[in-house]
Design a protein around this ligand. Structure first.
Ligand code: FES
Length: 157
């Protein structure tokens, strides 16, 4: 076990874990941040995605101890001051989920995309979400939610 400090959702957290403990386990088991989900544990489904220095990153296979000094944002940190982000609102309005297990990862991937490219093309969106599985088949609603958000944004410009 080693001690280290992680910067998560704009706060510092002191952590004691094995050097190879995945970030996902530290988030869920040590810090009680349960929004990031364990699906496959093999970087194959996207349920565990978080932002690491703005990049959508699967937290199931990356050692938490390797992320000292980096900015980690989980689904709990996507909203600020209790206000949902535009992406979260769009998913909610469209009811872009059935069971919701994949939703945190989908929102993280979409957030990373829009932070880099506020007006992504359909192909950009498809590529950003390509590694994210939804067993319920909500992809159509997810894409509609993102499209609606873009339409709302362009109408407000
Ligand atoms: Fe990490 Fe599936 S749980 S990609």
């Amino acid at each position: 076990m080693i001690d280290f400090t992680l910067r998560i959702n704009r706060e510092n957290y002191d952590v004691t874990a094995m050097t190879d403990t995945p970030l996902l386990f530290v988030l869920r088991n040590n810090l009680n941040l349960k929004g990031s989900k364990l699906g496959c544990g093999l970087e194959q489904c996207g349920a565990c995605a978080v932002l690491v220095n703005g990049e959508s990153t699967f937290s199931c296979a990356i050692a938490a101890s390797s992320l000292v000094g980096k900015s980690i944002i989980t689904i709990e940190g996507v909203s600020e001051s209790g206000t949902l982000s535009a992406i979260q609102k769009a998913f909610l309005t469209e009811i872009a989920a059935q069971c919701g297990y994949c939703t945190p990862g989908m929102i993280i991937a979409t957030t990373a995309l829009f932070d880099k490219n506020p007006s992504p093309k359909k192909q950009d969106i498809l590529e950003a979400l390509q590694k994210h599985l939804c067993r319920c088949g909500s992809h159509a609603r997810i894409l509609t939610a993102i499209n609606n958000m873009q339409s709302d944004h362009s109408q407000n410009d």
